[in-house]
Design a protein around this ligand. Sequence first.
Ligand code: 5AD
Length: 378
Amino acid sequence: MLLYLSEMTTIGKIESIINNRELSKENIAFLLGLQKPYQHILHEYAGKINDEVKGNKVHFRGLIEFSNICTKDCYYCGIRKSNHNTHRYTLLHEEILNAADFAFRNGYGSVVLQSGERSDRFFVEQIDSLLQDIKKISGGKLGITLSVGEQTEETYQRWYSSGAHRYLLRIESSSCRLFERIHPQNALHMYDTRLECLQMLKRTGYQTGTGVMIGLPHQTLDDLASDILFFQLQDVDMIGMGPYIEHRDTPLFAEREHLWLLQQRFDTALNMIAVLRIVMPDINIAAATALQAIDPMGREKALLCGANIIMPNITPTENRKNYLLYRNKPNVDEGAEDTIAGLLKRIQHIGKEVAFDEWGDSQHYFNKVNNRGSSSAI
Ligand code: 5AD
């Protein structure tokens, strides 16, 4: 009887919190900590909101990891500059165009160009000409997201003019304390620079995405609740976030005894997606590949509790083994063709539909623009 009563109280509490979209930090932290048998209430509610706002459509972004050369030394990342156990590569211009052409011919709608971080002139120009050529080969039809880190405002503007319209730059953790724990303390790895870059991206006109890793050593549910509030405050258009997965060749590996169990990181990542869908219903949320590294059905589970974007890897197969941000990275030995056939089946299996040949832009971005328009008209 007592158990029954406490169960009723938990369910009642969850329902009263999620029916109110202005969530306090305390209530967000409570939802993020939900486990079985209560978690599904949160997930189903967020899934319903997703269906209402996005329909049951899933959009693809063909992910091209075009180079693992990186000037940064982030403590968690397998392609950090000081990891000498990785073979460095940069795809040829033609190889990147071929991957983009593959995406275009297969109706992916958009590509994401991602790489290690560089800001030298050669790199800036290489991306600029890639953008122009991808637009050319697709008759302007392929959407392009960039995910190549911190750059100057001028560079962001240049790439925007050449055809990139979305940009992903994860804050990794909105807690300055945690950010400093997972990055070297030097001018190349500054929390404030990352924030400033997000502002520049928004000013330039990009649909701007950010995100965090979930389950970092010493991270708490309170930190993650603050991340959700940070996304709201920054008014971002897109989020990509997934579980932190330790990599043997990185300094953060030494802190592995402080980690939550993988399953707990996974469950909390799903809770993060669900809560975010409730508080920011019209943004795009990616089902991160890192989810699949823990659970083979990870991305599908994310799609059912609020995510609406999948980023199939279309990097040439022989290069994928060198873009290991974390261990157990999935789809390292598959050809892109296998992935698309498999993905289609998986998505249809959960009752969703792939929206081929569409950009799948963030509605939030346009809602913001329209709101600005109407408020200035008043
Ligand atoms: N575990 C999970 N995600 C990682 N990333 C980098 N290293 C790891 C890791 N060990 C994520 C970062 C980065 C994105 C490209 O990959 O959040 O922004």
